[in-house]
Design a binder for this molecule. Structure first.
Ligand code: GDP
Ligand code: MG
Length: 211
């Protein structure tokens, strides 16, 4: 996984500029007009999604971290750049224990409808905990993305929590699984919001997706 230094630098600049929360959409009718390309972030509850969004944008409290698991069944939109260049979409987390069946069903409808109907959505980034690798709860969203033909990339989070050998192993295992999936990018990005591993590359991957 490599990006040209120029691509890394251009992405750094974009993310260092204005990033503003736009709105939350608990239902599709509240979606913003699709005026710029969008990149969505998905992952199970507690995977480190909010922390990663904060690390990407260099802001401490852009996306709320560690809010009550499963409380936010909304798509959250963030505007990047002024003039507006693209949008980041924070998708509702999944896979938390004790989720009421209604909530799981609501998640499924919201996410599926968004993935299938959103022309502006250029790519999804699916976050996977480096300690666990892809689990069945994650496979559901991968299936949804493949069926909706939304191109996506798998991003490992919390890489600082595993040894280098384990990280190499989980990266290889994840890549092997992902290569069988039609809409997946073959390369896996390993990141840590603690220390910043992979963050410049992830910024470049976002910019590449909307370019
Ligand atoms: N060590 C470490 N901890 C992390 C990292 N990213 C997130 N965390 C922690 O994991 C927990 C869940 O993170 P959060 O961003 O709220 O997860 P979300 O539910 O996916 O939005 C929090 O306690 C974070 O501090 C990381 O890269 N390294
Ligand atoms: Mg969160």
């Amino acid at each position: 996984m490599s990006f040209e230094p120029e691509a890394i630098e251009a992405a750094r600049k974009l993310f260092a500029g204005p990033v503003d929360f736009l709105k939350s959409a608990p239902e599709l009718r509240f979606l913003p007009d699709p005026v710029v390309p969008e990149v969505a972030f998905a992952g199970r509850s507690n995977v480190g999604k909010s922390t990663l969004l904060n690390a990407l944008t260099g802001r401490n409290s852009l996306a709320r971290t560690s809010n009550t698991p499963g409380r936010t069944q909304e798509l959250n939109f963030f505007d990047v750049g002024r003039p507006l260049a693209f949008r980041l979409v924070d998708m509702p987390g999944y896979g938390f224990a004790k989720a009421p069946k209604d909530m799981v069903r609501q998640w499924r409808y919201l996410v599926n409808d968004f993935l299938r109907g959103r022309q502006a959505l250029k790519r999804a980034l699916v976050l996977i905990d480096s300690r666990h690798g892809i689990k069945d709860v994650d496979r559901e969203i991968l299936e949804m993305l493949d069926k909706a033909a939304v191109s996506y990339r798998v991003v490992l989070t919390k890489a600082d929590k595993v040894k280098a050998t384990e990280l190499a192993e989980v990266t290889e295992r994840t890549a092997t699984e992902v290569r069988k999936r039609p809409a997946a990018h073959p390369d896996i990005l390993a990141t840590s919001s603690e220390g910043g591993m992979g963050i410049p590359e992830l910024r470049a991957a976002v910019v590449e997706a909307i370019s």
